[in-house]
Design a protein around this ligand. Structure first.
Ligand code: AMP
Ligand code: ZN
Ligand code: FE
Ligand code: FE
Length: 293
């Protein structure tokens, strides 16, 4: 069983459509795929349609921009009811924050002598509901200032870069509760990635988040080296959190993140589905079903 629980499409900052993502995953012998765009469920319908027709097990999810103790944390939310008002409203706020950040980023670039228009970035972002720095990076590539997204983040857009602008993110504890009330399951994405500050996500922090409803942590991810995976896996075991693995595929937008490059153990996936069933019942909401071939 090849199970990949974290992937992006061009509805956020991936470069493939949802249909292409599903077909690409089938080409790579994936059995179960989760679509988890940043802060939007816009890719769900297309992914469901193609997965049902072409025979791929598909889990509807998203990766929500949250903050804890002033630092960004990405929360993977699986199978929540997207019509649950508090969830829909908070996603609106996050998307609005993405949109309002863009002009501020471009102002900073202009002061560095780089002239990019908001409309250029919007055109570049195409189908994306969630605009982000990767789309600004693409515009920088277009005008020949950098070679690729990675160089754009290194030189301009990363947290230490001269064109960095902060944006609105949801409170992590509140969002975990919201996902539970929406009948979904919460898993922290790449919690110990070296480019994030993760002091608040130590074992004690994760234990508090579990008490608030957190179901798991993403252990097998390209941003975690082998010793990190071993330590995080031990903490997850200790706390009774489930441990997932995934590619964080972004199409051509991120090198070394091919679909299936990290996988989730089938036993962990079964646990996740079990928790999703329980959450759905407890919430009393109509949550998305897993699409089964
Ligand atoms: P934003 O959503 O605008 O805050 O931008 C952050 C997103 O950019 C992350 O979620 C990644 O998908 C992507 N990203 C971060 N660092 C890099 C990098 N070095 N190269 C390419 N994409 C990156
Ligand atoms: Zn991304
Ligand atoms: Fe992430
Ligand atoms: Fe991601």
């Amino acid at each position: 069983m090849r199970i990949d629980l974290h992937t992006h499409t061009n509805r956020s900052d991936g470069t493939t459509s949802a249909a292409e993502l599903v077909r690409h995953s089938l080409d790579l012998s994936i059995d179960v795929l989760a679509i988890t765009d940043h802060d939007t469920t816009e890719g769900w319908a297309e992914a469901v349609d193609v997965a049902a027709r072409e025979g791929l097990e598909l889990v509807r999810g998203l990766e929500i921009s949250c903050k804890l103790a002033g630092h960004g944390v990405h929360l993977l939310a699986y199978l929540p009811d997207p019509t649950y008002e508090p969830l829909a409203e908070e996603l609106e706020r996050v998307l609005a924050g993405r949109n309002s950040r863009l002009p501020a980023t471009l102002d900073k670039l202009r002061k560095l002598g780089i002239d990019i228009d908001v409309d250029d970035v919007r055109r570049r972002a195409g189908a994306a509901a969630a605009m982000g720095r990767p789309h600004v990076a693409d515009a920088l590539v277009d005008i020949g200032v950098v070679r690729d997204r990675a160089e754009a983040f290194d030189r301009y857009l990363g947290p230490q870069g001269p064109a960095y602008v902060n944006r609105y993110a949801a409170d992590l504890f509140a969002m975990i509760e919201t996902i539970t009330r929406a009948g979904g399951v919460s898993v922290i994405a790449h919690p110990w990635a070296s480019r994030h500050n993760h002091d608040a996500l130590d074992a004690a922090g994760l234990s508090r988040l579990k008490d608030a409803g957190l179901a798991g942590v993403e252990v097998h991810h390209q941003d975690h080296d082998t010793p990190t995976r071993e330590r995080l896996s031990a903490v997850a075991d200790d706390l009774g959190l489930l441990a997932t693995g995934s590619s964080d595929f972004h199409g051509d937008g991120k090198v070394d993140h091919e679909v299936g490059c990290n996988l989730t153990d089938p036993e962990q996936y079964e646990r996740l589905l079990d928790l999703a069933d329980k959450a759905a019942v407890a919430s009393g909401r109509t949550t998305p079903e897993v699409v089964r071939p």
